[in-house]
Design a protein around this ligand. Structure first.
Ligand code: NFS
Ligand code: SF4
Length: 662
């Protein structure tokens, strides 16, 4: 076999300009090793492109508008009220419209993903998809009951039919409240009703938001913000929640499971297949394909020891939570993993798929497969995935991967790092874990918060972003939080960052404060609980809702000693998620940058004014320690309002802690 040099048309001529060492741009050792290798190979990845592409300062402050051809209009972030657009639009109008469109796009992504799951559910219920069944009738019944469907004396088929029709309203309803509004604590729902922001149907809310942000329609930032909230809530309590619940019904609710994370999950002597994306159906089908004896035999005939299926990004997190499938890394590692030369096929579906993957894949002789009609990439091979004959697509990808393995002609270098961790927690499992199977309940969690062993709960979620050091801000923030007895719930790329840092194991309780570590030791749980993918943030909403309903911590989500963060966010989906957490009552702190101008009325409304309306509010800091401080102060403020505060110092993570983390 003749070994080729990584080829393709990627050049490294610009790299002299780029002084950043791999250690500076990523906290992930494997990604750093691959970045080093990519540079030697003359292959550019997102970290290099980020260094080469200065973020546009006007766009970063959202001080520009290109909603019509009288513009584009540029206002000044330094002196925001000194100018208006040609139409007369003020900075507040321009920023709130831009922010609104981020929320609309993010909410559309989650709700369209949820709709694909609902399409599948309908087809399964109607018996049109061979090989699929309802794996989790218990969950089916509990979801149905939660929105008022009578389940006694009904067959699984009958309940499923009724549930489908109800959940379809999440999207198509033109008047009334979406079905899962029934799960919202009464006082929170009252606040929404008072503001007129209870979502009707996601399609209507997204359409209306796009309409209102057209040139010459809604030009009052407060009124635009109402529709921003309503659209975001149609995501969190609508599209995302439908996606999570249907996935659980069709594929099973996750429960704690040990799984490996990091690039060391690739196997040199096996056919490595990576699935990267967001909808679980492609991945579930691939799991079946790689277990077909005929394909395993074909792999062996090609000289491989077997077929190794691993995930990346969010569908990877979902499959890890449900089946313990190993996970190779988060968003900022998707190009780097191809640099190993060990990937025999990468198949993607939708969302967070960098177009740059196609070029990097080409450089290492890996075939990149797009599978979804909504997401094609120039230079990738498209094999369309269809639920009705799912394996046709995934079998073909396996066959092509085997052939790439057989003809592997690029040197393979796999970073020798894997990090075991416990994944697969859920709203449902916390019930069982803390309450036991006989008295499943959130009461023990609430009791531990009231007695102060657990100071509060934080959701730390979201992307990684090559504009900041990968994983580092997630990890530093979470260490600080648990050290201060804050229990951390995680999803998405953040969960993968913490898994790589070794914090998703029960032994990580030694890094927690005395109260939290006592609880963790008693229950045998890690101080950081992985809830799955980004749409699974809906599980965190449900956990918060259950904490309110269990009692002792106030009457609305806004009363709870909880906070949220997306320390390395990059996507519009993250903004939609942040906004639905804020509208639901949670103080939500974003890192990296915040896409509006400070010292404006719209900024004041998001960062302060919404709280007075019974919602939460936004916060921003790029510094993980500041972020932790802001979240802990908020938690303490809520504890005080509840009358359960006790004087204590905020402790900082010290050198000793860092060392014991290894
Ligand atoms: Ni969430 Fe998942 Fe990751 Fe960010 Fe992208 S993979 S849906 S958007 S980058 S956490
Ligand atoms: Fe300029 Fe107004 Fe047109 Fe925006 S809508 S580009 S501010 S004229």
């Amino acid at each position: 076999m003749e070994e080729k040099k990584p080829s393709g048309k990627a050049k490294n001529s610009d790299q002299k300009k780029n002084k950043l060492s791999p250690r500076d741009v990523t906290g992930c050792d494997a990604t750093s090793q691959m970045l080093e290798k990519a540079r030697k190979d003359g292959v550019l990845i997102a970290f290099d492109r980020a260094a080469d592409m200065k973020a546009c300062p006007i766009g970063a402050d959202s001080a520009c508008c290109k909603h019509c051809a009288m513009g584009p209009c540029r206002l000044s972030a330094k002196d925001p009220y000194s100018k208006v657009g040609v139409c007369g639009a003020t900075i507040d109008t321009i920023m709130s419209r831009n922010f609104a469109r981020m929320v609309a796009a993010g909410a559309a992504a989650h709700t369209d993903h949820g709709m694909a799951m609902l399409d599948l559910f309908r087809e399964v219920v109607n018996g049109n998809v061979p090989g699929y069944s309802i794996k989790n009738p218990t969950k089916l019944a509990s979801v149905a009951q939660s929105i008022g469907i009578e389940t006694a004396d009904k067959s699984v088929q009958e309940i499923a039919n009724e549930l489908y029709l109800e959940l379809e309203r999440t999207y198509t309803q033109v008047e009334g409240e979406i079905p899962f509004a029934k799960r919202v604590p009464e006082k929170t729902l009252e606040a929404w009703r008072k503001e007129g922001i209870v979502p009707r149907g996601a399609m209507r809310e997204i359409m209306e938001l796009m309409h209102r942000t057209h040139m010459g329609v809604d030009q009052h930032y407060e009124n635009i913000t109402k529709q921003i909230c309503r659209t975001a809530l149609a995501d969190g309590w609508g599209g995302s929640m439908v996606s999570t619940e249907i996935s659980d019904i069709l594929y099973g609710t996750p429960s704690p499971i040990l799984a490996d994370v990091n690039m060391g999950v690739l196997k040199e002597k096996q056919v490595n297949i990576i699935i990267h994306g967001h909808e679980p159906n492609l991945f579930e089908s691939m799991l079946e394909s790689v277990n077909l004896p005929i394909l395993i035999n074909a792999a062996k005939e090609a000289g491989a020891e077997g077929i190794n299926l691993v995930g990346m990004c969010c569908s990877g997190s979902e499959m890890m939570s449900r089946h313990g499938i190993p996970h190779a890394g988060n968003f900022s590692s998707t190009e780097a993993v191809l640099v190993t030369g060990a990937v025999d096929a990468m198949a993607v579906d939708i969302q967070c798929i960098k177009q740059g993957l196609a070029k990097v894949a080409e450089c290492y002789g890996t075939e990149l497969f797009t599978t979804n009609p909504r997401c094609r990439i120039e230079g990738a091979t498209h094999i369309e995935f269809n639920d009705h004959n799912a394996k046709e697509c995934t079998d073909e990808i396996v066959i092509k991967a085997i052939s790439r393995f057989k003809n592997r002609s690029y040197p393979v270098e796999i970073p020798n790092i894997t990090n075991p961790g416990i994944h697969g927690f859920s709203y449902d499992y916390i019930n069982y874990m803390l309450g036991g199977s006989f008295r499943g309940s959130y009461a023990p969690l609430n009791e531990n918060i009231i007695n102060g062993r657990i100071r509060g709960v934080a959701g730390v979620v979201g992307c990684t972003n090559p504009r900041v050091k990968q994983d580092y801000i997630h990890v530093e923030l979470v260490k600080e939080l648990i050290k201060n007895d804050v229990l951390v719930l995680q999803t998405g790329c953040s969960q993968i960052a913490l898994a790589k840092a070794g914090l998703l194991v029960p032994e990580a309780a030694t890094l927690a404060g005395p109260g939290l570590s006592e609880v963790c030791e008693t229950v045998g749980m890690p101080p950081v609980l992985g809830f799955g993918s980004c749409v699974d943030n809906s599980r965190i909403l449900l956990a918060a809702s259950e904490m309110v309903k269990t009692g002792g911590l106030g009457d609305s989500i806004a009363d709870l000693p909880v906070a949220g963060a997306a320390p390395e966010w990059m996507s519009e989906k993250a903004i939609a998620i942040g906004q639905y957490f804020v509208a639901s009552g949670v103080y939500t702190v974003f890192g990296v940058t915040f896409p509006i101008t400070e010292n404006t009325r719209f900024h004041d409304l998001l960062f302060d004014g919404l709280e007075a309306k019974g919602m939460g509010k936004w916060g921003h800091s790029p510094d993980p320690r500041k972020m932790a401080g802001m979240m802990i102060d908020h938690i303490d403020k809520k504890r005080k309002a509840l009358g359960i505060d006790k004087a204590r110092e905020r402790v900082l993570v010290d050198m000793q802690d860092r060392r014991s983390l290894g």
